[in-house]
Design a protein around this ligand. Sequence first.
Ligand code: ADP
Ligand code: MG
Ligand code: ZN
Length: 618
Amino acid sequence: MSRELHFNLWYALIAIAAVLAIQDYLAARAGVETIPYSQFESALKAGEIADVTVSDTRIEGTYKKPGANGQSRRFTTVRVSPDLAKNLSDAKVTFSGEPAPGLFERMLGWLLPVALFLGLWMYLSQRMLQGRGGVMAIGKSKAKLFMEKSIATTFDDVAGVDEAKEELREIIAFLKDPKGYGRLGAHVPKGVLLVGPPGTGKTLLARAVAGEAGVPFLSISGSEFVELFVGVGAARVRDLFEQARGQAPCIIFIDELDALGRARGISPVSGGQDEKEQTLNQLLTELDGFDVSSGVVLLAATNRPEILDPALLRAGRFDRQILVDRPDKPGRIAILKVHLRKVQLDPQVAIEEIAALTTGFTGADLANLVNEAALLATRRGAPAVRQQDLNDAIERIVAGLEKKTRVLGASERRAVACHEIGHALVAMSVPGSDPVQKVSIIPRGIAALGYTIQRPTEDRFLMSRTELANKMTVLLGGRAAESLVLEDISTGAADDLAKATAIARSMVLRYGMVAELGQVSYEGDTAPMLGPGIESWQPRRYSESTAALGDQAVRALVDAAFTRARGILAARRVALERAAAELLRKETLTGAELAALLGSVPAETTPAPAPPPVEHTP
Ligand code: ADP
Ligand code: MG
Ligand code: ZN
């Protein structure tokens, strides 16, 4: 801005000067002579003056005697109050009017306020620009793009996430030798997305990859892209990739990708939307345009993968996702060791005991715990951190965490362990069910206290009625185990019930799978049409009596699944309780560990009573 403005300023000055000069010239040509007031008075007394024009401040007039070249001679003087003039001439004082200001003075009078005003304006706008990062600096993201040439963080600083580290080693190998890596035609994924709850070490892990590979680390946070001006974010993305290409091999890290990559779609509130969309589109373009062999690897982190725009996750973009989950007990021991290295520790401290008490803590929570304990010990004036300091710190942090995430008490943990083993055992018993990968009682989020991961062995497009019934049985396995072992049921099954009911409803109303209602599609596809989170509302298109029948049929399906799950578990009750105790102790069990514990679980001895087939009436 400043250059253009300077030009304008000079033009203005020149114009003003020119106007004043012309006025002066014209006045001089008209032969107006500026004279002192006393001269005017004596000329008046001598009768030399022909006529005058009197204004508020000046007197202008013409002499009777014309000038040398025959022109009339004009004069001008200040107007002095008549009394003053009389008194002055009585006292024989020579007096005169203020000489009319010269060209320079007149210009100064004009220019000074203008210059002051302009100066103030420039100063203010300059300050505003600096505060905002610079309107003129739009598109140059250097202000917010952090580039670090060498990073001291290594994999030794990150613990408890061994699986994630293992997957990232490939990328490190590539970054160390981008040319040699591609020698055999292998290629690394373009974009790797680190997914996991906040505080589990995603940012730390990304930095450690750069540290291990010894390459520059360009990082930017998705939330910083939320800008005022349309186009700024897009320009920033372009700039980011441009800089990266110049630094290759290097890592680009986009933290909090969800802030930037939120799913596009019809949004009820527009505004700011276009900007985000532009930024996201630019990111997609850059992702498509860049070549991995150039040696630039893109890492991103998010704790809300479910809201990301699906386009971001397509093949050739962020096509590899790495789960960075809350650590299990051995993981917590390892993380505690990393952070306890930095403090003076009493050798008596039993780290395992601390780990046992901190189920559900993330890496960040554990780092915080160690820091709190060190503070407590310092306050105590002790030479080292004792077990008691750590225990006290746990109490403090748990009190703080309880609002945010759940930290389970002993009886809750037992209920969750029982529930999860129930799912797993049923899943291993029903024929054709997906194998169980992992069972855990480490709280995952707000909704799930524990979890059982069943990984589908193949992509499914069609599901038979038997498979749907099996799925419902597995979903109800959790509650069935609770009712069997604890002889009580808990709210922990709410999500399972919702899922099982949804399946049953679809079987009845969409897939025409129960005899009572026949093969009629009562409900269409209820997939959300207005974008994620907004359920499309559909009017009911069937009669009250059908609705009542349908509800009954849904209930019958769910009840049957529950009875079946309970039957399976009752038959293997000893195995169930043994496995639950083991899960309680270890917090996480893999599929293999589980299989070993349960022995090879035979398929159901009494097959489920098959639902009556749907009548095919011609
Ligand atoms: P995220 O990015 O997943 O929210 P961070 O990487 O910012 O989490 O972690 C915050 C801090 O917590 C780190 O600086 C580190 O001190 C500690 N931390 C988190 N996870 C781990 C871990 N797995 N090992 C060691 N320290 C960790
Ligand atoms: Mg982070
Ligand atoms: Zn469950």
